[in-house]
Design a protein around this ligand. Sequence first.
Ligand SMILES: *Cc1c(COP(=O)(O)O)cnc(C)c1O
Length: 232
Amino acid sequence: MTSDGIDARLAGVIRRVERAAERAGRSPDEVEILPVTKGHSADAIRSVAAAGLRAIGENRVPEAEAKRAEIGPTPGVAWHMIGRLQRNKARRAVRLFDAIESVDSVRLAETLHRIVCEEERDPVDVLVQVNTADESAKTGFRSDEAVSGARAVAELSGLRVAGLMMMAPFTSDEGVLRSAFREASRLFERCRDEIPKFEGRTLSMGMSNDFELAVEEGSTRVRLGTVILGER
Ligand SMILES: *Cc1c(COP(=O)(O)O)cnc(C)c1O
């Protein structure tokens, strides 16, 4: 995809986010777009940076490391880990990423905390991943354990819990999607109300095929790959 192509696609995406926000009586300024560059070349990161986007999402540590080795540091562009993180790759993730959106267990959070302390770096920004559809195949805290899980993660001084992240079920059923997003929003509000150390800035939900519904239901960050960069 050329830079011009990305600019055009991005303009269309921004319009769709704006319209979705307006339908819900929200300000479009509340919603940020995280371009997901996984499966695309390292050049895609340069392209989205040139288009003015300030962060990118990658879902695998080795792929992200290879791209970083190829393009070097990217001042002004934060790297977000959005995929399942195995604990044996946690140290590499802490070294590479500016934020980890996929903290899906207290054990992983404790490992990250220990590494941040050992490496003597500033607390790492994280999101607690919730699974509001209760599909056994997906990771994350189930609805009934999300608030206590977020509370436990927020207690760890090596982590700053900016908010929640969720992945919707793989379906085009609008009712199913909407209720999963709505449940994540409800958990987000509860965490904000009940957990003093929960910063509550970010509710990361919505992908290429469902981001408008996610925005209507309260998302503050949509993670978009295909709709911006094309098929992988
Ligand atoms: C791949 C991925 C996305 C983006 O997917 P698209 O459907 O291409 O927009 C968003 N979030 C996560 C966690 C992903 O792995």
